[in-house]
Each structure stands twice: as structure tokens, then as C-alpha cells.
Design a protein around this ligand. Structure first.
Ligand code: SAH
Length: 395
């Protein structure tokens, strides 16, 4: 088997079960491995450390499949890992919460680069790394066997594929393509998901447990749902008795689907204003117009793709939260999120604290929020924690 030899002292992270080997840690590659091939990783002293997938185009040159030397990487390995992923979701009871959840969450399930989201009778997958791409057929076979599903669909059109030297890939992997809109249920609420064209695999499943938070905070309240996508948080605000709801998103199509999601749940659209706009500008216009709200949700897209964008991202989070604080009535609540993995929960809290300070608001942290448990975080891989959220109450 081809092998990768590390520089002196660079074995530490693998010994701590962190699954990535960066290009700078590598002294030598032996045996001419191709993208996606399985390689053994050795320390400078010759000790075997891990077995993983080689990806010469990426700065993350190896992603570990296994830390056990006896593990063979082949169809059986993927069947086994998938069975574990399925069993774990069963143990969480996510199927009792609804028909949509994440079945495979990359590194956290020992399957770097593999994402599989379940939407009712369909699975929607992403293969984001050279190793995942190499074993796609085996993984799809294992996924299909964990069914039955009507179809497994690929949405490997995420930009990160470029870093692995992979072109986008979209289409049916097995069975039928999902219909234009798949209906799912989530904690008793119904949503339509555009799995073929929507963001990521169609829906932000990582927000499942947070999405219902407005249900308890909205009675007779004026609610602003910023970065609303297909209206998930807003549906819960209306269910919770909101007096009014403003959904804001830069995507007209997402807002339109949000309308249909209201209808689907029998919620009155007359309390709802949809605004297709850039949140940064809109918040300033609202301030100038002295608009006020009792509950504001801020769930922006990822501002920091990498740690290199950290400072700029923090400025973005600060700006948007600062203006949100300014629009809150006394006694109001802010539900605010960052899905930039590079922004740690501590850092995010600091940014939000600065925003409150600059807005001149006394603010109390009520609750930390994070990604749903079907998006678990390996303790040896803290990078897996990417969604940070805060529920903040102002005086
Ligand atoms: N809260 C949503 C997910 C939000 S994802 C849910 O629970 O499903 C982020 C959303 O922000 C996307 O829908 C995207 O279209 C929108 N968006 C991105 N940049 C924006 C901007 N500058 N202003 C307003 N919306 C923006």
C-alpha cells in the first residue's frame, strides 16, 4: 500500500485521533498514490499511525478512515460505518421527531467527506473529498441497503469540491429522483424541501432543534426573521402566536417557498411581510424608520469559509448583531447564529457581547444553542462544531 511519512513531531494530532493530515506535515509520499487512494500514514520514527484517503490537490492531504491497522478499506468497511451511523440516529430517536434528519455527517461518523440527509423516502448525498468520491459506489450501495428508499440523489455541487480537484456532480445515484418538492415533517410542522436546487441538500437540518425556539417566545410579539430561507423559524413564530412576522432573505425563491410552507401548516399569511433584501442594508433602513421588534432571529450564511476570513467574518457578525440589538424593544429577545466553523462559540459570544455594548443594550445570555444531535462532534475533531447560537434577552 502507498504510504505517507510525516515530519518529525507531526504525529501528535493523529495520536490524539484528529483525522486530518495537512500537506505541511508530510516529509515523503511513497508508492505514487492517486487521488482517493488508500494510504498508510507513518511517523518519522516509522510507527504506523493511521489509514486514510489521499488527496494531493487539497491542503488536507490525508483524511483518516481508520486508526486500526487491521481495518481494511473496502465495501465491508463502508457497510460497517454506515450501520453505525444508522444505529446512532436510532439511538437518538430522531425518527420520532420527524421524517428528515442527517444520516451521515462526515468526519463525525468516521466517513470524511460524506454527507447523507434523509428527506422522507429520499436520501440526498454529498461526496466532498477525493476519498469519498473514490468510494462513492460502495457508499451508495451501503446507503441503499440501509433503506428502503425511493431514491438516492447526489448534490455534490458544494464549492469545497474544488479544493479537492473535483468537478460538481448532481443527479440520481439510484432509484428515482426526488419530486420538485419533497414534503417533510419536523417536530409536527410540515415543510416543503427543494432537494434538487435548494441550499446544501435542500434544508438546514442542523437547525432542527433551534427552529422551534420562537414557538415559546412569540405570543403577541412582533418578530423579525432575518436570513429566513424557506421560513422555518417564522413558521414557529406564527404557531407561537406572533402578532406580526417579517421574513427577510436575499433569495426570492426561498421566500416564495416560505409562503407555501405557511399555507401547508394552515397559518395565516396576512400577518406576514416578506422582504427580498440584503439584511445589512435593511437593518439600517429599519433603524432609520424606527421599526421595532420583540424577537429577532439572525441566521446568516457562513461568513468565514476559512480561518483566513475570520476577521472580516467577525466584523460581519458584529455589524448585523449590533443593528439587531438596536431594533429590539425592551424585554426583547435575540436568537443569533454563526455557522462559520472558524468562529468558535467563545469568539461568537464575544462578538455578540461587543455588539450589545456598542448598541448600548444590557443583554443577558439565556441559552447556548448548537447544531442538532444528528450532526455530532467528535471530541477529537472540534472543527466538527460549526454552528454556534445564542439566545439573548435585552433589558
Ligand atoms: N434560517 C434558515 C436558514 C438560513 S440560511 C432556516 O432555518 O432554514 C441563510 C440564508 O441567508 C439563505 O437563505 C440566503 O439566501 C440568505 N442570505 C445570504 N446572504 C444574505 C444577505 N446579505 N441578506 C439577506 N439574506 C441573505
Amino acid at each position: 500500500m502507498p504510504s505517507v511519512i510525516l515530519n518529525q513531531g507531526r504525529e501528535r494530532s493523529l495520536l490524539r485521533r484528529h483525522p486530518w493530515v495537512f500537506s505541511g506535515a508530510i516529509r515523503e509520499v511513497q508508492g505514487d498514490p492517486q487521488a482517493g487512494d488508500t494510504v498508510d500514514v507513518f511517523g518519522a520514527d516509522g510507527a504506523w499511525l493511521a489509514r486514510g484517503a489521499f488527496s494531493p490537490a487539497s491542503q488536507i492531504t490525508v483524511r483518516t478512515w481508520s486508526f486500526h491497522q487491521e481495518t481494511e478499506i473496502g465495501p465491508d468497511f463502508f457497510r460497517h460505518r454506515l450501520a453505525e451511523a444508522v444505529g446512532f440516529r436510532q439511538s437518538l430517536g430522531v425518527e420520532r421527531q420527524g421524517t428528515a434528519f442527517r444520516l451521515v455527517h462526515g468526519e463525525s461518523d468516521g466517513l470524511p467527506g460524506v454527507i447523507a440527509d434523509r428527506y422522507g423516502e429520499f436520501l440526498v448525498c454529498q461526496f466532498l473529498t477525493a476519498g469519498a468520491e473514490r468510494w462513492k459506489a460502495s457508499i451508495v450501495e451501503a446507503l441503499a441497503a440501509s433503506g428502503p428508499y425511493r431514491g438516492i440523489y447526489e448534490r455534490s455541487d458544494a464549492e469545497v469540491r474544488q479544493k479537492e480537484g473535483l468537478a460538481p456532480a448532481v443527479g440520481v445515484l439510484t432509484g428515482e429522483a426526488p419530486p420538485d418538492l419533497v414534503e417533510i415533517t419536523e417536530n409536527g410542522v410540515r415543510f416543503l424541501v427543494d432537494a434538487k436546487h435548494g441550499h446544501k441538500t435542500g434544508f438546514y437540518l442542523d437547525q432542527r432543534e433551534n427552529r422551534s425556539a420562537p414557538g415559546a417566545l412569540s405570543q403577541d410579539r412582533d418578530v423579525l426573521n432575518g436570513f429566513s430561507y424557506t421560513g422555518g423559524f417564522g413558521v414557529w413564530a406564527l404557531k407561537g402566536g406572533a402578532r406580526s412576522l417579517v421574513n427577510v432573505d436575499s433569495s426570492a425563491g426561498a421566500l416564495e417557498l416560505g409562503r407555501r410552507n405557511l399555507q401547508l401548516n394552515g397559518l395565516a399569511a396576512d400577518k406576514v411581510e416578506d422582504i427580498e433584501a440584503d439584511m445589512f442594508g435593511l437593518l439600517r433602513r429599519f433603524r432609520d424608520a424606527r421599526r421595532e421588534f420583540d424577537l429577532i432571529i439572525i441566521d446568516p450564511p457562513k461568513f468565514a469559509e476559512t480561518r483566513g476570513h475570520l476577521e472580516k467574518a467577525c466584523r460581519g457578525y458584529k455589524d448585523i448583531n449590533l443593528f439587531a440589538f438596536k431594533l429590539l424593544r425592551p424585554g426583547g429577545t435575540l436568537l443569533t447564529f454563526s455557522c462559520s466553523g472558524a468562529v468558535t462559540p467563545d469568539l461568537f459570544q464575544k462578538v455578540v457581547a461587543d455588539a450589545a455594548l456598542d448598541a448600548g443594550r444590557d443583554a443577558r445570555l439565556v441559552r447556548h444553542l448548537s447544531q442538532a444531535p444528528d450532526h455530532p462532534v467528535l471530541l477529537s475533531f472540534p472543527e466538527g462544531q460549526y454552528l454556534s447560537g445564542l439566545q439573548v434577552a435585552v433589558r
